[in-house]
Design a protein around this ligand. Structure first.
Ligand SMILES: O=C(O)CCC(=O)C(=O)O
Length: 257
């Protein structure tokens, strides 16, 4: 990768997201794609209410090719730069596939609703495009600056079965801002980073082209676990050190010493 682009921190702070072009070169992208397609082969998958989205989460813990991608220091460094964090840990990895013709939408949401058990809310998702992502094939859309709105709706960390739309919980002014949301069009090898409070979603993919995206959710290692925001019994999956920081044995350090 090139030297870290300047301005990522300022853009992320202002807009709640940033796009960095050409992070993964073509040869490496082929390896990432092979790893992705081992986990999610090009096969038919059962549709939900408006089509198919196949998402596989948490494999980086046990599948070495994906561990290597998730712990690649380039991605940790970009999130560190966006958040202004000296040390960054990996929270979760996901592979997201929207097939051609029948790819489903993802409702407008804040990630905080579903991974809201860290305090403060200094968590970001880096998304690596393996294929072109554009309006025609259901690229992600973000509401610029919406991370400044604070948390909307109830915490559903580890309790929700699916992603629900936050649109009914928005004010009229916020709903108008959703109308003007920005489409994050990405070329293969580009990445986007969004804040866990940024309102985002993606429309269906009726195009003849699939979408394959690797998502890595990362957090400022200075965050502490807030057990009150976890359902009973879930604390066992979030080992902490004496100060309440998530243990690096379970949530690897991906940036900083
Ligand atoms: O890539 C997308 O279409 C949506 C991703 C998403 O919802 C997320 O990162 O939480």
């Amino acid at each position: 990768m090139n030297a870290l682009p300047s301005g990522v921190f300022a853009a992320f702070e202002r807009d709640g997201y940033a796009v960095i072009r050409g992070v993964v070169p073509p040869a490496e992208l082929a390896e990432f794609t092979a790893t992705f397609m081992t986990v999610i082969p090009e096969l038919p998958y059962p549709p939900g209410p408006d089509g198919v989205v196949r998402e596989v989460t948490g494999l980086a813990r046990g599948y070495e090719p994906l561990t290597r991608i998730a712990c690649d220091p380039r991605f940790g460094a970009l999130v560190g730069q966006a958040l202004g964090a000296a040390r960054v840990q990996l929270l979760q990895d996901s592979l997201l596939y929207k097939p051609a013709l029948e790819g489903a939408s993802i409702e407008w949401h804040q990630d905080r609703t579903y991974i809201g058990y860290l305090s403060p809310a200094r968590v970001a998702t880096i998304r690596i495009a393996l294929l072109p992502e554009d309006e025609a094939n259901g690229c992600m859309r973000v509401v610029e600056g919406s991370h400044h709105w604070g948390e909307i709706g109830a915490n559903q960390s580890l309790t929700a079965q699916s992603v629900a739309s936050l649109l009914p919980s928005l004010t009229a002014e916020q709903q108008a801002r959703v109308e003007g949301a920005r489409s994050l069009e990405l070329a293969p090898g580009d990445v986007s980073i969004h804040h866990c409070l940024t309102l985002h979603g993606s429309p269906p993919n009726p195009s003849a082209r699939p979408r394959r995206t690797i998502l890595l959710r990362m957090f400022d290692a200075a965050c502490q676990l807030d057990p009150a925001r976890l359902p009973p019994g879930a604390e066992a999956y979030f080992p902490v050190d004496a100060d309440g920081h998530l243990a690096t044995t379970a949530f690897p350090l991906v940036h900083g010493g």
